[in-house]
Design a protein around this ligand. Structure first.
Ligand code: FEO
Length: 171
């Protein structure tokens, strides 16, 4: 049976993962509104990936005898100045999520909860990838700052992203 402190912390994290999905759908809607379809596609793919994170936490908590409790999801922002700002905020958000995952891992260590430590390691590794992929886009945007065709090229590139659910995860 999972410790009540860990149950509460995972429920909080589920809310953050849902907010992440909500935020990225909102960013996708902004990108669509300025006709950046590739950027929108990338963000919608990211939003779907966040839902697989929700499912991972949901299944783990349930399998440990915990109870999933959903709470209110705050509304995300709806407007940004440009795609550069969108990706700056995305990186900031993912860095915050990394901190939350590290806090969860610290709690698991404090509780000597080995099952949670093993489970959370996947998220520690995942956050390294998430931050890297966002930073890659941000670097491309910076490199193309003074190149009028650059945004168009990046948009085409981001349209190629495919959604691959992590192994063993189905919605
Ligand atoms: Fe679920 Fe992007 O962290």
């Amino acid at each position: 049976m999972i410790d009540k402190k860990m149950e509460k912390a995972i429920n909080k994290q589920i809310n953050w993962e849902l907010y992440s999905s909500y935020l990225y759908f909102s960013m996708a809607a902004y990108c669509d509104s300025v006709n950046l379809k590739g950027f929108s596609h990338w963000m919608r793919t990211q939003a779907m990936e966040e839902l697989t994170h929700v499912k991972r936490f949901y299944d783990f908590l349930t399998s440990r005898g915990g109870r999933v409790i959903f709470s209110e999801i705050k509304a995300p922002p709806t407007k940004w100045n440009d795609p550069h700002k969108v990706f700056e905020e995305t990186l900031k958000h993912e860095q915050h999520v990394t901190k939350l995952i590290n806090d969860l891992m610290n709690l698991a260590h404090d509780l000597r909860d080995h099952a949670s430590i093993g489970f959370l390691q996947w998220f520690v590794d995942e956050q390294v990838e998430e931050e890297e992929s966002v930073d890659d886009v941000l670097q491309s945007l910076r490199l193309n700052e003074n190149n009028p065709g650059g945004l168009f090229m990046i948009d085409k590139e981001l349209a190629q992203r495919t959604f691959v659910p992590p192994a063993g995860v189905t919605i």
